[in-house]
Design a binder for this molecule. Structure first.
Ligand SMILES: [Ca+2]
Ligand SMILES: [Ca+2]
Length: 584
């Protein structure tokens, strides 16, 4: 009977919404990697809750396609028993890829942009669900000079490092890239100028392209609480974001609570900051923008849209989020649609972190300072392994919103003693590898810090690989126990599980029955088991710059060939497997 139905299937096909509205699906004339013929219905307008099926006019039958390609806007849909169900209202291009018992949807948002490489789709939430991403902080304080762990100018990263970084990490956080008063860049002078101490705009573009081609998304450091003036204290540089607008900020755009109005060094500028009250904290080292001013907000929306679409930035790391009300994060992300964002809200209280995520409408992640302080500083560094259980945002069940980390450019080492004190008191003092064994095994999005990568690459790679192979993600379930001198956890991924043992009494050196060793070291062991075999992470990358070679994972144009029984596709000099992963 089933075969009979297949025999009857014939064009024309339609995308049918709620059983009564049809959108014609045209034959695109293309087949995907697996030989499925592809049809497409464009600009399908859907509301949340709408049910979508495929309809065959030839047989008069509608059927549910329960598989959605993960590289499209799959997060906006769920699979129901009789249809796929739209979760996020929007206008979508829906590709039906048909093959007997192997049909699937590939769905893109119709305004999805594209072209030019990079990830310019607009995402509806900047905290990705069930994210398998691992993040990398690609700099440390003033590392445009070698300050002990190598130099990280754009050219240094692009020449010899970016391929490896792109292959092992999914999100690469670059330092503030705008023209600034100098140094690391946290006092920007002109957002729309990308020439600074890290290098030129063209060097930056080359680095972004290399990272995309090797499978990573690029996260820009966004400093919007404050800026430096260009002349004196109250003259600000013009901002030109091309088609997204140009702006001429004045002292009226600065909070009246800024020190411009009180500091004697402001000279003639004293009293000229006439904006509203700061809706967050004041930063006394630079001029605080008045985010209650619609012109200021328009400038930052244009800035972020320009970064997304013209510079091919995929995500944002928001600096000093104590400095302004975090509802603005939601507003700016909604306007620019990043794949991912993370707030730097420097507070170790897990309830405070959640309160500010709530202010941002949960449309972002935040750095998990609670895990840093509780699990690492008070826990591992003090030999108190009980602190690892239930710590931070992970313990609160908010792994989707947590970016875990150990040290940053601020805490690790700085010359000015501003943060660290003379004894560098904020630098993490304990066993570093144990912290990474924890972070890279647990939910959340772990962030690896450049100096730690340089020093412990041999240990970190197998940890990242175990996470990748098992499919552990930001919302993975954890089963754990802790006691005197030990923490033991099992973390469940989509393709297996990780067993992590930390502490001198954890039995870390003995491989648990049924597991494979990823890596062991001083007081820790990371082990994994898989549901099905999976290659190494750096061999299985889905290039973010895939548009540059004219390929969509859904609709592949190129030459197919079979090697060792596997189907591959060649586009120019690049070769992809059937999942769209670049293999050559
Ligand atoms: Ca200020
Ligand atoms: Ca402020």
């Amino acid at each position: 009977m089933v075969l009979g139905t297949i025999a009857l299937m014939a064009e024309p096909f339609y995308v049918r919404v709620n059983g009564n509205k049809d959108y014609a699906a045209e034959n695109t004339g293309e087949q995907d990697f697996q030989g499925r013929t592809q049809y497409a219905a464009y600009n399908v307008a859907l509301a949340a809750g709408d049910k979508v099926t495929c309809y065959d006019e030839g047989s008069g039958a509608a059927w549910n396609i329960p598989v959605i390609d993960q590289y499209g806007a799959y997060r906006n849909f769920s699979v129901g028993s009789d249809a796929i169900v739209c979760q996020t209202a929007g206008t979508y291009d829906m590709y039906i890829k048909m093959k007997y018992q192997d049909d699937m949807w590939y769905i893109e948002e119709s305004n999805g942009g594209g072209g030019g490489g990079g990830d310019t789709k607009t995402y509806s939430n900047a905290a990705p669900e069930r994210s398998t991403d691992v993040m990398f902080q690609a700099f440390y304080w003033d590392s445009y000079q070698d300050r002990g762990y190598g130099r990280t100018k754009w050219i240094d990263l692009n020449d010899g490092q970016a391929e490896e970084i792109g292959q092992w990490f999914d999100l690469v956080w670059l330092p503030p890239m705008s023209k600034s008063t100098g140094g690391t860049g946290y006092h920007p002078v002109q957002y729309s100028s990308l020439d600074g101490d890290w290098g030129t705009k063209s060097r930056l573009a080359a680095l972004i392209s290399t990272l995309h081609q090797n499978g990573a998304r690029v996260v820009a450091d966004i400093v919007i609480n404050h800026a430096a003036s260009s002349i004196g204290w109250c003259t600000f540089a013009k901002q030109n974001f091309g088609s997204y607008g140009s702006f001429e900020p004045t002292a009226a755009w600065i909070c009246k609570t800024d020190e411009m109005n009180t500091d004697s060094k402001a000279g003639d500028c004293r009293g000229k900051a006439t904006g509203g009250n700061d809706d967050g904290e004041n930063w006394d080292g630079a001029r605080d923008w008045d985010h209650t001013n619609a012109q200021v907000r328009a400038m930052f929306k244009a800035y972020l849209q320009w970064l997304r679409n013209d510079i091919h930035i995929d995500g944002f790391r928001y600096d000093f989020c104590k400095g302004f009300h975090n509802s603005h994060i939601n507003e700016y992300n909604t306007a620019s649609g990043p794949y991912f964002s993370v707030m730097e809200y420097w507070d170790g209280n897990v309830n405070t972190l959640q309160s500010h995520l709530n202010d941002a409408n949960w449309n972002t992640c935040t750095f998990d300072f609670a895990t840093k302080y509780t699990a690492f500083n008070e826990g591992i560094a003090s030999g108190n392994y009980g602190k690892l259980k239930g710590a931070g945002l992970l313990g609160a069940g908010k792994g989707r919103y947590a970016v875990t980390f150990l040290d940053s450019h601020d805490s690790f080492q700085r010359d000015d003693n501003e943060f660290c004190g003379k004894n560098n008191s904020m630098k993490y003092p304990g066993k570093i590898q144990q912290c990474y064994a924890y972070m890279l095994s647990m939910p959340g999005i772990p962030c690896v810090f450049y100096p730690h990568w340089v020093k412990f690459k041999a240990q970190l790679k197998p940890m990242i690989n175990a996470r990748y192979k098992t499919g552990v993600h930001s919302e993975s379930a954890v089963s754990d126990e802790a006691g005197n001198g030990y923490y033991k956890a099992t973390i469940t991924g989509t393709n297996g599980e990780i067993r992590v043992l930390i502490g001198p009494n954890s039995g870390y050196a003995t491989t648990p029955a049924g597991y494979t060793k990823a890596v062991t070291g001083d007081g820790y062991g990371v082990y994994y088991k898989l549901n099905s075999p999976r290659g190494d992470k750096n061999q299985n990358r889905h290039p973010q710059g895939i548009e540059e070679v004219g390929i969509q994972p859904s609709a592949v144009r190129g030459e197919k060939f079979i090697e060792n029984g596997q189907l591959y596709i060649r586009c120019g000099e690049q070769v992809f497997d059937i999942f769209g992963h670049k293999v050559k």
